[in-house]
Ligand binder design. Sequence first.
Ligand code: NAP
Ligand code: ZN
Ligand code: ZN
Length: 346
Amino acid sequence: MTTVPAYAAPTPKAPLERTTVPLRPLGEHDVLIDIQYAGICHSDIHQVNNGWQEGIFPMVPGHEIAGTVAAAGAGVTRFAVGDRVGVGCLVDSCRTCDNCRAGLEQHCANGPVATYNDRDKNGDPTYGGYARQIVVDENYTLRIPDALPLDTAAPLLCAGITTYSPLRYWNAGPGQRVAVIGMGGLGHLAVRIAHALGAEVTVLSQTLGKREDGLRLGASDYHATSDPETFEKLRDRFDLIVSTVSAPLDFGKYLSLLRTGGTLVNVGAPEEPVSLDLFALIGGRRSLAGSNIGGIQETQEMLDFCAEHGIASEIEVIPADQVNEAYERVLRSDVRYRFVIDTTTI
Ligand code: NAP
Ligand code: ZN
Ligand code: ZN
């Protein structure tokens, strides 16, 4: 069996350490990818901590993968050796259900196969991007446009698509007031993408500490949610609010910032449930919605959109042996705005 050097959490909540994990054999429609960069998503931390469900250990996180094709199976038609490619949160799905056929593989009725902390069609564990290489079906591999550097593009594979998809679905654009809650990995890309789509963007952050960056990335307004006056000042203001917050939030307070008929889309995935006074929805015919990453075709569309608009992530590149410190900093909201592991250091 071929193995590959990787960084893994051996058990739930344990620090990540260097190890080797199995690399599946190259199938007819697979590409072997030399990984160069892997973004650290807050979801990696939730999963290493068993925060969502019982995880599969050892766990190699990483679903913001950028690299180049090192080998291609005999039946591969879409990629050639040397191509610049990315892999996001999905590496397979049933391909036959209505959702798969509609390009909504993330909602596959038979369950998509996640890039890590999941089992593939053979029942084998999947291992993610904190590794030197990965084997992925070409149909779940994305093309990274030449205009995007691989390091700053990597976070687009999760943080980018997770914010692009709801912004598109809820029609963020000219004449729309969009608020983004949380100026982290997802949030800073939501600001850039919503601005590029033509919306008027406001950031709602816990403090004003990242205000200059928010304005530089395209926001026209920036408010601290620690200031109670913020909620008075901004009442009934927004058409769309996107929450990227990783912890439970008082959604009732934020719903009051929507105009009549507005929508608050939550993409944050906190480990505990939240409660809601439903009058926050009834008054103002407001909606509270959710959104989960995006399908493969939409992910490619997002990469092309970002290349066209010069959008990529603000990053701090780290060697793999700093991943545990990086996790601590993400938990303290001390990241500007995505840690990206140089996976050649593994
Ligand atoms: P992140 O970089 O840590 O950003 C989250 C931001 O939320 C922080 O920067 C902080 O922004 C704010 N925040 C954190 N704790 C808070 C609290 N207690 N109260 C209010 N605000 C708080 O995380 P991320 O990688 O962007 O991911 C965000 C969440 O989205 C995670 O739960 C992740 O699992 C989830 N996620 C979901 C999907 C999906 O498909 N739905 C995909 C990817 C990630 P400020 O400092 O500006 O306040
Ligand atoms: Zn993610
Ligand atoms: Zn399906």
